[in-house]
Design a protein around this ligand. Structure first.
Ligand code: HEM
Ligand code: HEM
Length: 258
């Protein structure tokens, strides 16, 4: 016991940066460590949802694509022995159902999680300072600003994009997807009772298929910009990005330009 106290006392007396750095650390490395700080941002349910949601959406895009443009019939097997498109649709529907449960879980977490978990569900258009930051981010992404700002949670531009493309986008895909599913499930089924009305509202199933299909492109556009922006910011901004969605911690680099 006595020995342990002395040990921890000794460690406290030593500056953290030097006591923890080993190997080939130089004085410049130690100085750099001293300048870096980190904040815990994304709790595990947010991170888990992010990657599960991303994997489900990727699978839904591939299988949805084939629903829209089916493979030609294969002539090496008897038609009755093939179930390729059946399996494809099954995977699409299973992932659609998981997406529904996962999104409900994410909404629940916004109610009980930390304040960063709520960013996905609103856009603070009433805050003047927020608009100024949106303009700053637009300029930064367009290479018109030299010094990036630091944000603990999503930056304002990312927040707008995530709200419109994801919160609205996923909701749209869930509603239209379940309405399409209602048709297959049949009149009087639970999906029909809950979402069947949407078919009549948009006109007919073909229009609904078209809207659900357009929604896919809306999400694909988001994905391309999102992955580009996440990697670009990881390299060019003064804060960690991709690892933040893995560990939950945002690390801020020092303020000095490279
Ligand atoms: C290699 C692929 C991906 C990487 C590296 C990545 C990275 C990230 C990072 C770093 C953040 C946090 C950004 C911030 O703190 O402002 C984030 C958030 C987010 N990403 Fe991704 N992402 C990927 C794929 C996807 C895909 C495929 C989707 C869905 C189509 C997606 C949807 C989202 C959403 C909705 C958020 C907000 C999370 C929340 O607030 O709950 N991501 N992503
Ligand atoms: C991001 C999520 C989703 C994407 C990207 C997506 C994509 C697609 C695409 C591209 C189609 C083909 C539409 C066409 O005829 O041109 C489709 C069809 C369909 N999707 Fe989705 N979908 C998603 C979510 C869902 C969900 C949540 C459900 C609900 C369970 C669902 C159920 C269906 C159904 C029932 C069809 C019609 C199948 C058929 O006519 O054989 N989808 N989806």
């Amino acid at each position: 016991m006595e020995q342990r106290t002395i040990h921890s006392h000794n460690r406290e007396a030593e500056p953290l940066s030097t006591s923890r750095l080993t190997g080939d650390a130089t004085a410049a490395d130690i100085e750099s460590v001293r300048r870096r700080t980190s904040v815990f941002v994304y709790e595990w349910p947010v991170r888990l949802w992010h990657w599960v949601n991303a994997a489900l959406i990727m699978t839904l895009i591939v299988t949805g694509w084939f629903i829209a443009s089916p493979l030609p019939t294969m002539n090496f097997a008897e038609a009755t022995h093939q179930f390729v498109m059946g399996y494809n649709r099954f995977i699409h529907f299973a992932c659609g159902q998981l997406l529904t449960v996962a999104f409900a879980g994410r909404v629940y977490w916004a109610l009980v999680g930390n304040h960063h978990s709520r960013q996905l569900f609103y856009v603070p258009v009433w805050r003047k300072a927020w608009w100024k930051e949106v303009v700053h981010e637009l300029r930064w992404y367009a290479f018109l600003e030299d010094v990036p700002k630091k944000y603990v949670g999503h930056n304002p531009l990312a927040q707008v994009a995530m709200f419109f493309f994801m919160t609205i986008g996923i909701t749209f895909m869930l509603l239209t997807g379940w309405a399409l599913y209602a048709e297959g499930a049949g009149q009087g089924s639970l999906p029909d009772l809950v979402m069947g009305w949407l078919i009549g509202l948009v006109g007919n199933t073909q229009i609904l298929h078209g809207l659900h299909h357009l929604g896919m492109w809306f999400i694909i556009i988001f994905m391309m910009i999102h992955i580009y922006a996440a990697i670009r910011e990881d390299i060019m901004s003064r804060q960690s990005m991709v690892s933040t969605m893995i560990s939950g911690h945002r690390t801020f680099k020092d303020d000095l330009p490279d």
